[in-house]
Design a protein around this ligand. Structure first.
Ligand SMILES: [Zn+2]
Length: 386
């Protein structure tokens, strides 16, 4: 079989930069055959690229099924108004048009070097796009229901959608939407199920101050959302803790990706277990919705547990992991480029429990290879190599 010997100014293997004399041996179908030293082959065989070669990027949080809401919802509305706008706008166009937008978004992600995605599903809308996609999707079937008396009914609805997903040959697990929309009883059922099947889940965590206020029993905007949804929450009794500290014990030892973490505190972080918890940042979505970023400094010592997501096109200008990385590089000195690249690759793969397939240079696998460059502490995507 035809093989290619590739090197670049730098090779990033998912964890760190490799020594300068390292060469990748690639089969023509993109499979990584070997990693060798430049002395092990004739120098004339080696092609040298300008930039950094990395494994394909892993987008740990996306909602492909909201792709048709690009540019529909205004920026900086705050989370409650944003959620209302999603509900009002999501079914305004036909299923065929929704499908077209998803096809385009899936193609754009692949061309931007994304090889694997953790994607939220509330419906079957995105399944056919994913069946034909070049991207690997882990599908999170999202469950909602704040009233504990409905936990069984809501769980069964989710399970039905998960079975429909499995019937199409796609892979997934169950996930609670957010602490302010999912009861601990429902979270408990989801976790027990996942621990028996695929131990991987996610939850939108601490995305706004309003969420904290709701759980602290202070006046908050969520009341407006529940009014809009016609939900009676008079039975709800605030425990006067942050949301994370309220629901976290119910996650038990489920591998869970906590998404957003905009108002997470040091005390919250100390409350969690770093064997099973991944912190996923979607900085562009935070800027889009709340115009606020998490306090990245707090996460300084969690460099093995951080990954990135794009969220949806309803709350982002693009589904592009390089853009997310650049927001963080621009806004905090806490993480250097080598660490940021790890968040984009290996950590995302670990978070989705697919590090045997993606996120690093794995011999015998096509992990998707990207060529990027750096300038002024910002990343630029050059091209997809494999
Ligand atoms: Zn989301």
């Amino acid at each position: 079989m035809f093989v290619q010997f590739l090197r670049a100014n730098k090779l990033f293997n998912g964890e760190h930069f490799l020594p300068e004399n390292t060469v990748l041996v690639l089969e023509n179908n993109g499979t990584l055959k070997d990693i060798i030293l430049d002395t092990e082959t004739d120098v004339l065989n080696i092609k040298t690229l300008e930039g950094i070669i990395t494994p394909g990027f892993v987008n740990a949080h996306c909602h492909l099924e909201l792709s048709h809401l690009k540019s529909i919802i205004p920026t900086h509305t705050g989370l409650v108004e944003f959620a209302k706008q999603i509900i009002i706008n999501r079914n305004k166009i036909s299923k065929e048009e929704i499908f077209e937008y998803q096809q385009q978004a899936d193609k754009n992600m692949y061309e931007a070097g994304i090889i694997a995605v953790g994607d939220i599903c509330n419906t079957t809308d995105s399944f056919s796009t994913k069946q034909k996609s070049n991207i690997y999707y882990h599908n999170f079937i999202e469950l909602l229901g704040l009233n504990p008396t409905n936990a069984i009914t809501n769980f069964d609805k989710g399970l039905q959608l998960l079975n429909e997903l499995k019937n199409t040959g796609l892979i997934g697990s169950l996930a609670p939407h957010a602490p302010y929309s999912t009861s601990n009883e429902l979270i408990n059922k989801i976790v027990d199920y996942n621990l028996k099947y695929i131990n991987c889940s996610t939850i939108h965590n601490q995305e706004s101050e309003e969420e904290t206020k709701f759980f602290m029993g202070e006046k908050n905007d969520f009341e407006k959302l529940y009014q809009f949804l016609n939900l009676d929450i008079s039975w709800f009794y605030a425990q006067k803790t942050t949301s994370l500290q309220y629901y976290y014990p119910f996650l038990k030892n489920q591998n869970t990706i906590l998404v957003h973490n905009t108002v997470t505190t040091q005390q919250d972080i100390e409350f969690t277990n770093n064997q099973t918890t991944f912190w996923c940042f979607c900085p562009n979505a935070n800027l889009y919705i709340e115009n606020k970023l998490p306090n990245f400094k707090l996460f300084k010592n969690l460099q093995n547990n951080i990954c990135f997501g794009t969220d949806s096109l309803a709350s982002n200008w693009d589904l592009n992991l390089i853009s997310e990385a650049n927001v963080i590089l621009k806004n905090t000195p806490t993480f250097n480029i080598e660490t940021i690249l790890k968040f984009m690759t290996l950590n995302g793969a670990k978070a989705l429990t697919i590090s045997d397939k993606f996120g690093s240079f794995i011999k015998g696998k096509n992990v998707g290879l990207n060529l990027i460059s750096t300038n002024n502490n910002q990343l630029t995507f050059t091209k997809k190599i494999a």
